[in-house]
Design a protein around this ligand. Sequence first.
Ligand code: ISL
Length: 565
Amino acid sequence: RTDEDWWRTAVVYQVYPRSFADSDGDGIGDLRGLIGRLDHLELLGVDVVWLSPIYPSPQDDAGYDISDYQDVDPAFGTLDDLDELVAALHERGMGLMMDLVVNHTSDEHPWFVASRSSLDDPKRDWYWWRPPRAGMAAGDPGAEPTNWESFFSGSTWELDAASGEYYLHLFSRKQPDLNWENPEVREAVYAMMRWWLDRGVDGFRMDVINLISKDTSLPDGIVHAGVLGDGTPHVMNGPRIHEFLAEMHREVLAGRDRKVLTVGEMPGVTVEEALLFTDPIRAEVDMVFTFEHMGVDHARTKWDLLPFDLVALKTVLGRWQTGLADVGWNSLYWNNHDQPRAVSRFGDDGQWRERSAKLLGTVLHLHRGTPYVYQGEELGMTNHPFGGIEDFQDIESLNHHEQAVGLGADPDDVLASLRSRGRDNARTPMQWDASPHGGFTTGRPWLAVNPNHVEVNAEAATTDEDSVLHHYRRLVRLRHEVPVVALGDFTMLLPQDERVYAFTRALDDEELLVLANFGADPIRADLDLTGWSEAEVLLDNVRGGSDDPRTGRLEPWQAVVLRRT
Ligand code: ISL
């Protein structure tokens, strides 16, 4: 792939290796399992695979706590397996994007082990060590250097009794934050990235990369609830973030023999910031993952459930489309390993599961940007019917449950939000067939397979031309073959309509109209469609509907793409 801009028409598929395919029966997915399933990705037609972390890790945060950046965890396989995966993907015309987790390491990484070993170890300054708050003794309640709350509950500071100092961890206490102010840290990360590129990988998905520059004065945060404060304004998009990313680009990504694809995961990023991050002239990253549209169904925290609001969703996505229309580039996603399943969240995972899954795919893939498909999304996989707390495994859910119940919340309410929003929903094993454990493993899966695998599985979807899978395959093909899908201008229609998602795309003399009914009742889109009565129906998720969608009449969860020239 030599064309510098090939990625603008690409579709990325995310593999969460622990839950994709298990080749050796230990109940944990692995690289050989993935290699054995590449036909599925080739059928879908995706261009790039983003692989969630496979590095050696104590697995405190399912691999996002890395103890060695340049090896493969034995649970997932070996470096030889990784090389074989790269070769097998390249042979099929696909690329591999590695997960780059460099805001923090594991506390078991040799860098941190050295850093913690003594106050004057050469690596002491590679992490954020601070003494207790002035006038307080180490370990006193409130003696932490700031009042910040971790993303995974509790303080962001952990006391190291031996030295009497605290280290910063924005996530779990086993994920100490690296100190990017130290140039040796940056060079060590760049060297590691170059090592992976030399090995043949094609890109990086950069985990919480806008957290690497922090306000070094470490101010306390505002307390919204409980006793801990919100540190995020002081750690997100910090003062040196653009400098660090431009340096990384210069030191690692520029001047390679081929384009390296990059996407920065950036909680709290605004569209104004994203414009800077993705402006090609500035040479930082190709695109960012915004979280803004993931916030349309909750209040201050992800656990405070709100009903899904289509108008809010359109407002956010429309603003990102407009904001990055001339400069910069969008990423597009509904799902990843941190989010509940989109069909359960924004669609209808009961009677209209297949149709609403296709609708969601249509709406997303017809936006301008690079679409990401998360494993199982292409099957319309749903949230899991979790029971009690013993069914959950994710550290974010377990810590939140413990903290919230400890502070007196009603355990039933806490469980209800875990069932709706917990990350384990995304992490139940891939459903390959109707056999026990869905064909994911011959052993005992690390997390239970959704009982609906008997019906919802890749084998059944492959043979059914009408399946969600084949609909996604058509969406990928449209992006590759119809230039207006990848590159056309975007115009939102009916922004205040509570049921219909409607927009146009235009490139040269070609125009597309997308109409989608987010609901189980038929509806007529409130648009003047006189110019569209002769349009070609490029895609429709309803077979043999009773009305002509070119009139604007839409059946339950119907989504159509019309084309005119
Ligand atoms: O903003 C958040 C509030 O809960 C979180 O969504 C957080 O920003 C997000 O979870 C960051 O995700 C990434 O980094 C984490 C890891 O657990 C996730 O799996 C990863 O995608 C720490 O590495």
